[in-house]
Design a binder for this molecule. Structure first.
Ligand SMILES: CC(C)(COP(=O)(O)OP(=O)(O)OC[C@H]1O[C@@H](n2cnc3c(N)ncnc32)[C@H](O)[C@@H]1OP(=O)(O)O)[C@@H](O)C(=O)NCCC(=O)NCCS
Length: 198
């Protein structure tokens, strides 16, 4: 059986992490649309030392090679009807080197990081992702918790999970995501940043 080791990311991993994030997310058709095949390696780079939470940023290793990565951030919040802001965790990008996908690396990163987030006292996660992949880890549509996007919308890719049971009983409203995930804002600087990877 394949041996996957999960540990907290260290500075020595940064290069490998950005390369694998770029490789996992790269799509030729994005070049025509946004000028660059991936923006997610730039997002990871920008989050470090800012929204990114060091003790909730993990790498996955197989035979001492870094093959997967996940980063959590805390720049996003729920804006309640009374104007109160409740900070919630967000994760992403999560990436696995294409060659190592579908072998349980992504699942190992998810399971480990969710457990660590609980242990560290975080209360909830809200994020956008593939609606067929994440429910297996306990995510539900955000709609189930009366949480909408900033535009008041709900759809299957918009998901949430309580880390402390009952947290969303008293927290609902609009999810305001940190600007780093805004592709329109990041695509210019991401394109420039990507030049170093050619
Ligand atoms: C998504 C990703 C992190 C999953 O990691 P992984 O190591 O391949 O996942 P696992 O081996 O743990 O799980 C494989 C399962 O994920 C599913 N899966 C992989 N990519 C998926 C996708 N884009 N949408 C839906 N399901 C997906 C597989 O079909 C498989 O399902 P099964 O268990 O029912 O057969 C990885 O495929 C990846 O890096 N993809 C490119 C970047 C990306 O899309 N990141 C997530 C953005 S939300």
């Amino acid at each position: 059986m394949i041996n996957i080791k999960i540990r907290v990311e260290e500075k020595k991993d940064w290069n490998a992490v950005e390369y694998l994030t770029r490789a996992a997310f790269w799509r030729e058709e994005r070049i025509g649309k946004i000028g660059v095949g991936a923006v997610e390696h730039f997002m990871v780079h920008k989050m470090r030392g800012k929204e990114g939470i060091e003790k909730l940023t993990f790498v996955a290793e197989i035979d001492d090679q870094v093959v997967g990565h996940i980063i959590y951030s805390e720049g996003s919040y729920i804006l309640q009807a009374n104007g109160e802001k409740k900070v919630v965790l967000n994760f992403g990008p999560i990436s696995v080197l294409p060659k190592y996908q579908k072998q349980g690396v992504g699942s190992a990163l998810m399971t480990h990081s969710i457990q660590k987030a609980k242990e560290q006292g975080y209360e909830a996660i809200v994020f956008f992702g593939h609606p067929t992949y994440y429910p297996r880890f306990g995510f539900k549509e955000a709609k189930a918790f009366n949480i909408t996007t900033a535009d008041g919308e709900n759809f299957p890719a918009f998901m949430a999970m309580e880390l402390q049971k009952g947290y969303f009983d008293n927290v609902s409203g609009k999810y305001i995501e940190t600007a780093i995930f805004n592709e329109k804002l990041t695509m210019g600087p991401a394109k420039e940043y990507d030049q170093a990877f050619l």
